[in-house]
Design a protein around this ligand. Sequence first.
Ligand code: SAM
Length: 248
Amino acid sequence: SATLYIVPTPIGNLQDISQRALDTLRQVDWIAAEDTRHTHKLLQHFAITGRTLSLHEHNEDKRAAMLCQRLSDGESVALVSDAGTPLISDPGFVLVRRCREAGINVIALPGPCAAITALSASGLPTDKFTFEGFLPVKMLAREQALETLQNRNATTVFYEAPRRVVETVKTIAKVLGQNRQIVLAKEISKTFETYVSGNTDTVLEYLTVDPAHQKGEFVIMIAGCETSVTEVPPEALQLLTLLQTELP
Ligand code: SAM
């Protein structure tokens, strides 16, 4: 059987497409795209004339079955999303899982991803981090999701829609306190790329001082909590175990 290629595309700056991504898009039999119209613009820009078909959240099951069949028949497929790395808060998981189960070769090309790019420039610790995708839309569920970060000592990275960004920063202040350090990455690789770092007030001030600051694409990062409940010294834990066996 042939290969499924996972092909990341630019998240704002077209120059971020890799030579290998271009070569792959030129060579494959099919380009499976989240939105074919969107992808046509990209292909047109690079004078690529591949055959496209759509694969999005509403038809992924059916398309995955069909593409697996074509791959088994020896046709190669490139999977792209509208921007960045497919499968990262984008369609593709159903297809990749199915291909893996069928023993089809899957190769992912390294490339643009908003979460990783934002994290690397954030100034927050990068040794350990959690990616949360998009927070739930409903308020209660959002608050609950943020509450789980209370004692997390790793950096948290998530995506946010422009219409919710102010509300989300306010909710972070409410749930995690006003002193938690957060970093807002806006319009990465585009003309108005901006990083705002500080407490929730600093970020809210930036967002509200000019309505234009609330437009565009955002990654929000939250610093880990400084003293975690898991950071109990080993001697203390030993003592606790001892006491537990000794005490009635
Ligand atoms: N698969 C993509 C990736 O690898 O980054 C993410 C797709 S997700 C549907 C889109 C979200 O990613 C946006 O709402 C925003 O939160 C984030 N994003 C994408 N491009 C961005 C950019 N240029 N600057 C900041 N955030 C971006």
